[in-house]
Design a protein around this ligand. Structure first.
Ligand code: PMP
Length: 382
């Protein structure tokens, strides 16, 4: 048995690539200046590094550098996007039932303050319908926010079509692309979205740094006030090592993502087939195609996820979203696609990543077969 568990929770976070860490190191000690302190060389060097990182992030997304704002991560980007656009009580926002809590909780807060919120229901595979979005847009709709990829069931939304509906109605379109960036191509020129959130720690970069893309011309009034950094979209001394790390992570992703996506899709499908073949009464959630390469979400009838994961300690797995895995509530995503609470409590999320090998997925499938069989036997199920 390996001494450290095999990491299969890449939707929750990813290990920081050592090449990224290496790029960041000088910005903690040598080039440590405050990029706003440009009266001296220390500050100017940091400012240069920051602007290079901004250009790299913009290049990756095919945006302009002055449309990229560094934040502390996707939760902050999502909050800024929502509160920066939604201004007057009575205004209407559209989102979906399967968003991350960093969208759903700000939306609920707006609602409590007298704004109107529509949450679109996905189809059973997790897709949001552009036609249903079009029908939900009203005269007072000020923002549409639909995630690019779901971190639980892997669904990749038809972003260009959703954005086109919004453009037609002249409503800004935001996408939380936290799970998509670095895994599948995300290009703001092609999608034609107006705002986009991302986070470095999901793409082999450091924690605590992310970005918000705001298209030039979008009327945006940040809820934050401070010293004017990041054009006041996100004031506060910028995390320069983090920004350098995010840029480096994006650079490596640009080079390696396509090959990795093919490998991960193969491994994921191998695992999927192996599990379904060897374990009776298994359900798989989310679509077969148009899915995050490394994502699989399965449940085994009459076997709760918690004891199952407990019996499979040599793997790091997750039930539902890591952010809510402490509270034992059935996943809101699975509920939204029509999965019963009983099945949802049995669901296990598997997130393959750069380090995952064929041996890992074969071991996992074998262990699942054994553990599910044992737990069913204990429970008196055949
Ligand atoms: N959005 C999505 C879709 C996510 O999966 C996550 C992370 N679980 C977040 C936002 C929040 O990201 P961060 O941890 O960078 O705040």
């Amino acid at each position: 048995m390996p001494s450290t568990p095999i990491y299969l929770d890449h939707h929750s976070t990813t290990p920081c690539d050592p090449r990224v860490v290496e790029r960041m190191l000088p910005y903690f000690t040598e080039t440590f200046g405050n990029p706003a302190a440009i009266t001296h060389e220390y500050g100017r060097r940091a400012a240069t590094a920051l602007e290079e990182a901004r250009t790299a992030a913009a290049d990756f997304l095919r945006a302009r550098p002055n449309e990229i704002f560094f934040t502390a991560g996707a939760t902050e980007s999502n909050n800024l996007a929502i509160f920066g656009i939604m201004r007057e009580a009575g205004d209407h926002m559209i989102t979906s039932e399967i968003e991350h809590k960093s969208i759903l909780a700000p939306a609920a807060r707006l609602e409590a303050a007298g704004f109107e919120v529509t949450r679109l229901r996905p189809d059973p595979e997790g897709f949001i319908s552009p036609a249903e979005l079009a029908a939900a847009i009203r005269e007072n709709t000020r923002l549409v926010s639909i995630m690019a990829a779901n971190g639980e069931i892997g669904t990749l939304q038809p972003l260009s079509e959703l954005a086109a509906v919004c453009r037609e109605a002249n409503v800004p379109f935001h996408t939380d692309a936290t799970q998509a960036v670095g895994k599948v191509p995300v290009d703001v020129s092609e999608i034609e979205c107006d705002l986009l959130s991302l986070s470095a720690h999901k793409l082999y970069g450091p924690k605590g740094i992310g970005a918000l893309f705001v298209r030039r011309g979008v009327r945006f009034d940040s809820p934050m006030r401070g010293g004017g950094q990041e054009k006041n979209v996100r004031p506060g001394t910028v995390n320069v090592p983090g920004a350098v790390g995010l840029a480096a992570a994006l650079e490596f992703r640009a080079r390696e993502m396509a090959t990795e996506a093919i490998q991960l899709t193969e491994l994921r499908n191998r695992l999927w087939e192996h599990i379904v073949r060897s374990i009776p009464q298994t359900s798989v959630y989310g679509p077969r195609g148009l899915r995050l390469p490394g994502n699989l979400n399965v449940s085994f009838d009459r076997v709760e996820a918690e004891p199952l994961m407990h019996s499979m300690r040599r793997f790091s797995l997750s039930s539902g979203s890591a952010c809510s895995s402490g509270d034992r509530e059935p996943s809101h995503v699975l509920r939204a696609i029509g999965v019963s609470d009983t099945r949802a409590m049995e669901s296990v999320r598997i997130g393959l990543g750069a380090s995952t090998t064929q041996e890992d997925v074969d071991l996992l499938a074998d262990d699942l077969e054994l553990s599910v069989g044992r737990l069913r036997q204990i429970a008196g199920v055949r």
